[in-house]
Design a protein around this ligand. Sequence first.
Ligand code: TUI
Length: 316
Amino acid sequence: MIDSVICKLLGIKYPVFQGGMAWVADADLAAAVSNAGGLGIIAGMNMNGEQLRAEIRKLREKCNKPFGVNVMLMSPYAEEVADVIVEERVPVVTTGAGNPLTFMKKWTDAGVKVIPVVASVALAQMVAKRGATAIVAEGGESGGHIGEANTMALVPQVADGVDIPVIAAGGIADGRGFAAALMLGAQGIQMGTRFLVAKECNVHPDFKAKVLKAGDTATMVSGRRLGHPVRALKTPFARKFAEMEKDPSVTDEQLNALGTGALRKAVVEGDNEGGSFLCGQVAGLVKKEQTCKEILEEITGQAEEILKGANKFLTE
Ligand code: TUI
């Protein structure tokens, strides 16, 4: 059995978080992950306060285990979503795409455990000082909005830089990645892409099919010009965005307009031409649709075997 301080801190069986994927991570997915012993996380990104409240209540009808809500800090609803988290007594909040300091006192005073997703040691140290319970260190192998460092380099540096538990994210989809993350100094992992194809995940079937078909070079990064690089599957939309980004006659406003609504089109409509299919580099490792319980049991079983066998590399 894999055990870690994060299990005791949060009251979960497996030290595995499901990433708070915008438009994807709803009450159905988060409840399934939490019921199976991981930490399910509802994405607050695409919701206003009242929509999030309804989603939290829906999760509570299906699940009485600990769960989290992710606040995408660039969301126009971040402020009202932050308040709903307190009002609904959400046990855990994760944050992404920015600096959560403005909300941290509100949450920690209310007893909410705050676990920011960071892409740098500097932000990890800042939030640790302000009462974060743990940190998710997310490398650039991840899908969606990414930072500069990759998981292999980032996780040990964040682990050295703070004295609270670190959860590794980015580039992890199986027991090998799970075991490796623990060796890098993490106390647990967060996965997004692997849960995209979970049976309980409500993304459009064409999105799942694309992930299942994807290989090692199936993703690309665009959006650097706008200051928020995003990793997605190489689809017509991603290629067109990357081309327009290089064209100096295209304004930032035109680029922003092209991006607006593209994630919803991928997740809800499976729109191959106009959708932005956010996805991590591990898509090539994700081979079948499984329940969240099967995913959690499989990866922890694999990681246990690897960890037990690791002394094969040692000699007297
Ligand atoms: O947030 C994510 N992943 C996301 S958010 C998202 S929605 C979106 N769509 C289009 C453009 C932008 C966002 C899709 N995927 N992961 C966590 C994460 N946070 N990765 C990187 C960061 C990050 C980056 C810079 C955190 C903080 C930061 O700067 C902090 C500062 O000091 O301002």
